[in-house]
Each structure stands twice: as structure tokens, then as C-alpha cells.
Design a protein around this ligand. Structure first.
Ligand code: ADP
Ligand code: ZN
Length: 723
């Protein structure tokens, strides 16, 4: 080992094979460590970019890299993605016939194969280890390495034997990777693998591209439908508490015209595999699922994740929302929260088989989840602090940061609630209290005589969701209690009486409707921005369609062809030639050769045919496309080629754009020599400089020497100068 690889070489490999220009934080350090032949442990969140850390060295090393991975679905995905990038990779599992298997061994021996994936079970099957010993192995990567530790949440005994593997090839570097490992597990991984001194790299667990939102758990289906309107065909997952819940929700969404399906542990294995496949291939847009869904899914273009119900703990919540936005693009997460959900969870803990100590732990974990859901400060800071990460600033990408809530004097509201609680003899629960305050005649309010109380309807000016929100705030500020052991009814305490006697002021944060929560600043964008955005959206859809066609022809998931991030970059750059296509992130050599031309064609088609009706810029978009190309630094003839229009039309566009206030430098397209010639001709012919003057005479004099668009441009600039 110990060849001297330079950082430049790894950057070239990154660009050639994966099409990326730079490493993400820690990737480079990890790769350098591996390349120098050292062992290491890598902790990165899902989507952080762990795979590249061993794939780049694997490509650079002369021999083969063995990747141990517990999940067959994941192996298949990774191998497909690698092959699509022109990397020789294969996996061994029970589905591979012996002929193929021989071929794989042959390639591994000859040094063609760069990565070989297999499960630990396979590794220890008779004969495999002997083959391994004959191979030139450069590196071993242990994916999901927390499985080796009984402290981890997913212990797999067969992982334990990996230390044997390590001791049999002591000179080969090992890299262990995981997305979840606390301090104890981390240490255990190193001990179990027999490399206690390996360097450990821990990257931040922050996923800034995931927006965090908590919504009151009311009219959830309505809220979901509202949200979906903003999502076009974007993939998403909705996690539900119960199996039945997933089925009901999927049915409702189907009825509303969405391609939704459900997934839970009770489904037939065949149906599960099929549903999952359809989701991965973008044929099912929305997956309504229990937590059984998601393990081993590498789909990078999940654009949103919702929790229909409150998760058990912050770890699960974070892992589940982490499935969104693995490609690094902005992705949304929404958690529905209601007091009722919390009670359901508490009851489930109560009724579980666990011993008291376990129950205590679960209640404590649930409480942290509750704190997150009810937070009035930046939610990401709460999450990161849960994972022991310090943060200095608010994130700006959670609902609390985006819509800071003004506070107001809520003493009167609190008094209404407290006096209602008092009048029910402290026997009222959350839902009934809200109905009581709002003056709703329901089975409960009628049965217990709440309709006869003086406070019945005392708070009818507020919507249900607002009352729920305020009551939770009141609870959190300690002005009343909840008796968990008496059916979760409200109880008054000392502070309650102080509030009632006007001795204590209650500050509340303004509640918001779902609509206002959803309405981000985006709507206030200037018309021009909006047109541009819609135009880009349309191009994105066109490229997505093309990607799907190709993916189907090749029977791979769409994101294996190109990730959403790559399509997005393509939309922003709008490449018009191969050179520009190469600058798009995520297009390496092989993909450039394979798909470059067909995507270029699609982009050109789009640029030619584009029209947006009914906007202020009626045919303004045609100008905008010119502007965009101008802003990319193309010259006039290049813009004309890209747009398949005449150069003089492009000159017209630029003149018009300039007159509308765009900053356009026309001078830079004018050649000094041409200007001199033209000015001479004008004075010779004694022509008068007027707006839109005829250029016939000048053209006849200069012949082919100066293109007509250049003449027009010079005349325009000179006219402006004089005017
Ligand atoms: P993990 O295994 O940690 O969950 P992946 O290795 O699957 O994450 O990477 C997640 C996504 O990020 C993939 O789409 C991958 O191509 C992309 N990615 C990884 N490294 C980079 C990089 N340096 N620049 C841009 N994108 C990257
Ligand atoms: Zn925030």
C-alpha cells in the first residue's frame, strides 16, 4: 500500500466518475486517511455522503474493495448507481447463479472489478473466505457498522465475525461507516473490529436542507391535500401510527387523484416488495407507511416526509425525516401534533410488556419529543442539542424561525380556560375543554352538563386549533396541570389561582393558521422572478419525464440516471453544449457520454418553444431566455445558436432588456475596428444617425466584413451616445 495519492487525484476521480467539483466536509480528510492505508471510523448522517468516502479510494486503489453491507436492496442500489457512473462493481448474494458468481470472481482476480458488495452471512459461507485470501484486496468497508455492537439499535450477531476477517488480512485498511452511533457504540465498533486506535471522523448531524415544521393535528387530511398542491409530482412519505391508518390515508389520497399506496409489516411480502419498487421508480408518488418502511431505501429524491402522528422519540423522528433530501436539495418535513397523540403514545407505553425501568426510559424519550413539538424556539437547535451538538445560531429553516410568533397578553384567555376547568370540578379533558370554551354541543359537553356552565362558549371567538395551541402553551408555562392517572384531565394549581386573581400575567405566542404557516415569503416574489421560476419548473418537469423514460428503458430507478440535484443544476445552468453540460454537478464522464446529447436536445427544444401566456411579460420569456444566456457570458452569436434565432434578433432583445433597466453591457460586443469603419462610412455617405436607421447602404459598403448584427449594434450605441 502507501502509494502517494494526491488530493488533486482524488478530486479528478470525483469529477470524472461522479461529476462533482468538490468534496463535502470531512470527505476529503477521510479519503486521504484511507488512501494512506489507515483504518478509520466514519459517522455521518443519512445522506451525508458516506459512500463516496470509500468509493473514491476503491476506484484509485489497484486491487478490489470489499464492501460488507447488511441489506440486499441497498447493495443492488449502490451497485447500479456505481455502474451507471462507469465504475466496475458487483454484489454477491443468494440470488446470483454460480455462472455469474464465477465471472465475478474472475473479474475480481484480474483487477477489473473495483468494488465487491456482500453481506456478512455470505462472507462466512464455506469457500468464500478462501477466495478472499487469494484476492488482492485494497480496502474493506463495513457499512452500517453499528450492527456489530450490541449497544447499537440494530445488533446483528453475524457482524461479530468480521474481526476474524480483519485478523486474516491485517495489512488491509478497514473503514467502518454508520449513520447512528452514540459514544458507547462507537467505541464498541472499534473494539469489536480490533482497531481501537483507528481515526474517528464525526460529521455534523445537521441536515440544513430539511425544513422542519410542526402543525396542529387537526383536519390532517385537509392540511395534507393543501400541502400536496405545492408538490407537483414530488415523492414523499407519510408515516402513520397504525397499519389501518396507512390504508385509510392512501385510499383518501387516491380518491383525491394522487398516486398513493400503503406499506406496513402486515402486508404480503410480495406486495411490500412491489410497492417499494414502484415508489423507488417514481410510479407511486406518496407512500403511506408505518415505521416498517424506509430501512434500506436509498432513493435520493424523496422531497418531503410527514408524520401523521407523533413519533416515539427524537431518534426515530430524525431517522425518518432523514430519508428526505438525500440529494441535498431543499426538502420539507411536517409533523402533526396533537395532545391526543401524546396521550395515545403514553397509553401505549403503559400497556406495553416492558418493565418499569424501560417504561420510565420511554416516557422520558417521549417527553423530549413533546418538547420538540411544542417548542417556541428554533426547532433545529432543539434537535441538535438532543444529539449533543452545539449551535450558535437559529437555523432560519424551521417554522419557528420563519414565522417568529409575536407574544401577547393572554391573561384573559387563561382566565377563561381556568375558570372553565374550575367549573367542571377539574374533570375536563383537552378536547372537551375546547368544545366547552367554544360553545360546541357535543356528546360530551351535553352529557356532563357543560352546556349549562357560565363559561360555555366564553371563548367562541377562537378556532379550535388556536385553543389547542394556547392550552398547550398554558400547560407548558405551568399555570395548570394534567392528571395523567385520571384520564388526562386538567387540574388547577397555585399559579392557576394567581392568574384568576390577576396576580400573574400570562404571555402567549400568537397562534397561526395552517394556511399562514404554509405561506412562505415566496409569494411576494417579483413577477419576473415568478415567471422565471415557473419556466424553470416546466423545464424541470420535462427533464424529469425524459429521465423516467431512460430509467424505464434501462430498468433502473430514475435517480440512478440523474439525481434531482443534477436535474436542478441542469435547469439553472441550461447548458447548450457539451462543455457546459460537463459543469453540471453529478455528471461524470460516462453519464456525459451516455445522456449528454439527449438532455442537451431536450433543453434546446424547451428553449425554442417556450412561451408563458397571460403574464405581464406576455412574450417576455423569450427575452428572459436571452437574458439568462447573456448573464452566462455567452456572446451574441452563441446566444443566437442556443436560441436558434438570428443574431440581429438577439441584438434587439438585448437593447430592449437594457431599456427595461437590465444591466446589459452592449459595448462589450462591439469591435473597435468595426466601429471605426462604420463611423467612417457614415461620415463619408453623410448619413444621419437616427433610431432604427436603415443599414442597407452601409451593408453594401462593408460587404461580408462586418456582420449586420454588429452594424445594428454599433448604430444603436452611437445613436444613444448622441441622444
Ligand atoms: P449516505 O450513504 O451517507 O447516506 P450517500 O453516499 O448516498 O449518503 O450520498 C448522498 C447523496 O449525496 C448522493 O446523491 C451523492 O451522490 C451525493 N454526494 C455525495 N458526495 C457529494 C459531493 N461531494 N458533492 C455533491 N454531492 C455529493
Ligand atoms: Zn430554526
Amino acid at each position: 500500500m502507501n502509494q502517494n495519492f494526491t488530493i488533486e487525484e482524488s478530486l479528478v476521480t470525483l469529477k470524472d466518475y461522479f461529476g462533482y467539483d468538490k468534496f463535502r466536509p470531512l470527505q476529503q480528510e477521510i479519503i486521504q486517511t484511507i488512501l494512506s492505508g489507515e483504518n478509520c471510523l466514519v459517522l455521518m448522517p443519512t445522506g451525508g455522503g458516506k459512500s463516496i468516502c470509500f468509493q473514491i479510494p476503491a476506484i484509485m486503489f489497484p486491487g478490489v474493495t470489499i464492501v460488507v453491507s447488511p441489506l440486499i436492496a441497498l447493495m443492488k442500489d449502490q451497485v447500479e448507481s456505481l455502474r451507471a457512473n462507469g465504475v466496475q462493481a458487483a454484489f454477491l448474494n443468494s440470488s446470483i447463479d454460480s455462472g455469474t458468481q464465477n465471472e465475478i470472481w474472475h473479474q475480481a482476480h484480474s483487477g477489473i472489478l473495483k468494488l465487491l458488495y456482500l453481506s456478512p452471512e455470505k462472507l462466512f459461507q464455506p469457500g468464500i473466505m478462501d477466495e478472499m485470501k487469494r484476492l488482492h484486496i485494497s480496502l474493506v468497508a463495513i457499512d452500517e457498522s453499528h450492527c456489530i455492537s450490541s449497544w447499537g439499535h440494530d445488533f446483528r450477531p453475524e457482524y461479530r465475525h468480521l474481526s476474524i476477517f480483519k485478523s486474516q488480512i491485517p495489512d488491509v485498511p478497514f473503514v467502518a461507516l454508520t449513520a447512528t452511533a452514540d459514544r458507547v457504540t462507537r467505541k464498541d465498533i472499534l473494539v469489536q473490529l480490533g482497531m481501537p486506535n483507528a481515526k474517528t471522523f464525526i460529521s455534523s448531524f445537521d441536515r440544513p436542507n430539511l425544513s422542519l415544521q410542526v402543525s396542529p393535528g387537526l383536519d390532517r387530511k385537509k392540511q395534507i391535500l393543501q400541502f400536496l398542491k405545492s408538490q407537483s409530482k414530488n415523492s414523499g412519505i407519510i408515516y402513520c401510527l397504525s397499519r389501518k391508518g396507512t390504508e385509510d390515508l392512501a385510499m383518501s389520497l387516491n380518491a383525491a387523484g394522487y398516486k398513493a399506496d400503503f406499506y406496513h409489516a402486515g402486508c404480503e411480502p410480495l406486495k411490500r416488495a412491489k410497492t417499494q419498487e414502484a415508489f423507488i421508480k417514481d410510479e407511486v408518488q406518496i407512500m403511506c407507511a408505518t415505521i416498517a418502511f424506509g430501512m434500506g431505501i436509498d432513493k435520493s429524491n424523496i422531497r418531503w416526509v410527514m408524520h401523521y402522528n407523533l413519533p416515539n422519540n427524537v431518534e426515530s423522528y430524525y431517522q425518518e425525516i432523514g430519508r428526505a433530501g438525500r440529494d441535498g436539495l431543499p426538502s420539507k418535513t411536517i409533523l402533526f401534533y396533537s395532545y391526543g397523540d401524546l396521550i395515545t403514545r403514553l397509553d401505549m407505553i403503559e400497556k406495553s410488556e416492558a418493565d418499569e425501568e424501560q417504561k420510565e426510559l420511554r416516557r422520558a424519550k417521549l417527553d423530549r419529543m413533546k418538547q420538540f413539538a411544542e417548542a417556541q424556539i428554533c426547532r433545529r437547535r432543539i434537535l441538535l442539542s438532543y444529539f449533543n451538538e452545539e449551535t450558535i445560531e437559529d437555523c432560519g429553516n424551521c417554522d419557528v424561525c420563519k414565522n417568529p410568533r409575536a407574544s401577547f397578553d393572554g391573561t384573559i384567555l387563561a382566565q377563561k380556560a381556568l375558570s372553565a376547568i374550575a367549573r367542571t370540578q377539574e374533570k375536563v379533558s383537552m378536547t372537551a375543554l375546547v368544545d366547552l370554551l367554544r360553545g360546541q354541543r357535543t356528546a360530551v359537553t351535553v352529557k356532563y352538563g357543560y352546556t349549562e356552565l357560565k363559561t360555555f362558549g366564553a371563548g367562541k371567538e377562537l378556532k379550535t386549533e388556536f385553543w389547542m395551541d394556547y392550552l398547550l402553551q398554558m400547560l407548558n408555562s405551568g399555570i395548570m396541570d394534567i392528571a395523567y392517572d385520571e384520564g388526562h384531565v386538567f387540574k388547577l394549581n397555585n399559579l392557576s389561582w394567581k392568574v384568576l386573581k390577576e396576580e400573574y400575567k400570562v404571555l402567549l405566542a400568537q397562534a397561526r393558521t395552517f394556511e399562514s404557516r404554509m405561506a412562505e415569503k415566496a409569494e411576494n416574489k417579483p413577477v419576473k422572478e415568478q415567471v422565471k421560476e415557473n419556466a424553470n419548473q416546466e423545464l424541470f418537469e420535462a427533464l424529469r419525464k425524459l429521465r423516467k423514460q431512460i430509467a424505464d428503458e434501462e430498468s433502473v430507478p430514475a435517480y440512478v440516471v440523474f439525481s434531482d440535484a443534477t436535474l436542478n443544476d441542469m435547469v439553472l445552468i441550461k447548458p447548450i453544449n457539451v462543455g457546459q453540460m460537463k459543469t453540471v454537478q453529478g455528471i461524470g464522464q460516462v453519464k456525459l457520454e451516455k445522456y449528454g446529447a439527449i438532455f442537451l436536445k431536450e433543453i434546446q427544444n424547451y428553449l425554442r418553444n417556450f412561451k408563458v401566456p397571460g403574464t405581464r411579460l406576455a412574450n417576455g420569456v423569450t427575452y428572459l431566455e436571452t437574458l439568462e444566456l447573456y448573464n452566462k457570458g455567452l456572446d451574441i452569436e452563441e446566444i443566437a445558436i442556443a436560441r436558434n434565432l438570428a443574431p440581429s434578433t438577439m441584438v434587439q432583445h438585448l437593447i430592449k432588456l437594457k431599456s427595461e433597466g437590465e444591466s446589459i453591457d452592449l459595448e462589450k460586443f462591439i469591435s473597435k475596428a468595426a466601429r471605426k469603419t462604420i463611423l467612417e462610412i457614415i461620415s463619408e455617405l453623410n448619413l444621419k444617425l437616427v433610431e432604427n436607421m436603415k443599414i442597407q447602404e452601409i451593408l453594401e459598403r462593408v460587404g461580408e466584413a462586418i456582420p449586420s448584427w454588429q452594424i445594428r449594434l454599433i448604430l444603436h450605441v452611437e445613436f444613444e451616445r448622441k441622444a
